[in-house]
Design a protein around this ligand. Structure first.
Ligand code: ADP
Ligand code: MG
Length: 228
């Protein structure tokens, strides 16, 4: 039988006012949303998965048949997209997108060409020479996503990537992320506090309540009742 693509067993974290334990799994080429109230532990889960937070002895994280529990963040094969994009303002948009390729040893010329191809796919044709400071909020998040996807991470972690945008744009970008996901076939876990967004972009939903998994299952089976 084929192994589950991503499993996180006994993620755990504790600090004086908060403790968390969670286990879940994701299949390849799917989008999983983590939802729950503010302070419930959603970002902490992403930090534990990415290695930014130290894991406990009982934790076991497997990604694409590799035990990554004790690997440093950069060696885990993951990409991250945050609410705030962290683009480098002193670099052109295409060099921002190419940044991850450059660190893989690909030449400046080749990486810029690949970045230009990518920008086209993200409806950002002709944006390559611009400074990130000239972009709108939505364009910035698209560049940020392009920069992450270009290195083909095994797993993408999104922490409220759209929450700084206004409602109509959020909706539009959520649909775009979903269609890019189908086109590129990436596997992602997305934290959001917007239930409708979670239902519209994801295959699976995990509800976190007070540091525990309150419910998990198919996005189509999720209802508001689960939250109460
Ligand atoms: P969410 O992303 O769901 O809003 P977080 O994962 O950021 O929640 O935080 C979960 C809880 O952990 C919160 O109550 C937060 O105050 C607490 N917390 C996180 N990191 C620390 C820390 N370094 N020190 C104290 N409390 C923390
Ligand atoms: Mg958070």
């Amino acid at each position: 039988m084929e192994q589950t693509y991503f499993t996180a067993e006994n993620l755990s974290y504790s600090c004086p006012n908060f403790s968390l334990t969670a286990s879940f799994a994701c299949e390849k080429n799917t989008m999983t949303s983590i939802v729950g109230p503010s302070g419930s532990g959603k970002s902490t889960i992403l930090r534990l998965i990415s290695g930014l937070e130290k894991n406990a002895a009982a934790t076991k994280i497997i990604l694409d048949s590799v035990n990554i529990t004790h690997l440093p963040p950069a060696k885990r094969g993951m990409g991250m997209v945050f609410q705030k994009a962290n683009l480098f303002n002193h670099m052109r948009v295409d060099d921002n997108v190419a940044y991850g390729l450059r660190s893989l040893g690909i030449s400046k010329k080749e990486s810029r060409e690949m970045a230009a191809e990518f920008l086209k796919k993200f409806n950002l044709e002709g944006f390559g020479k611009r400074s990130p400071e000239t972009l709108s909020g939505g364009e910035t998040q698209r560049v940020s996503l392009a920069r992450t996807l270009i290195t083909k991470p095994k797993l993408i972690l999104f922490d409220e990537p759209l929450s700084a945008l206004d409602a109509p744009l959020r909706k539009k970008l959520a649909v775009e992320i979903r269609s890019l996901q189908e086109e590129f076939g990436f596997t992602a876990i997305m934290v959001t506090h917007d239930i409708n967004e979670a239902k519209s972009v994801s295959d699976k939903i995990i509800l976190i309540k007070d540091g525990k998994v309150g419910w998990q299952g198919n996005a189509t089976d999720f209802s508001e009742k689960m939250i109460e």
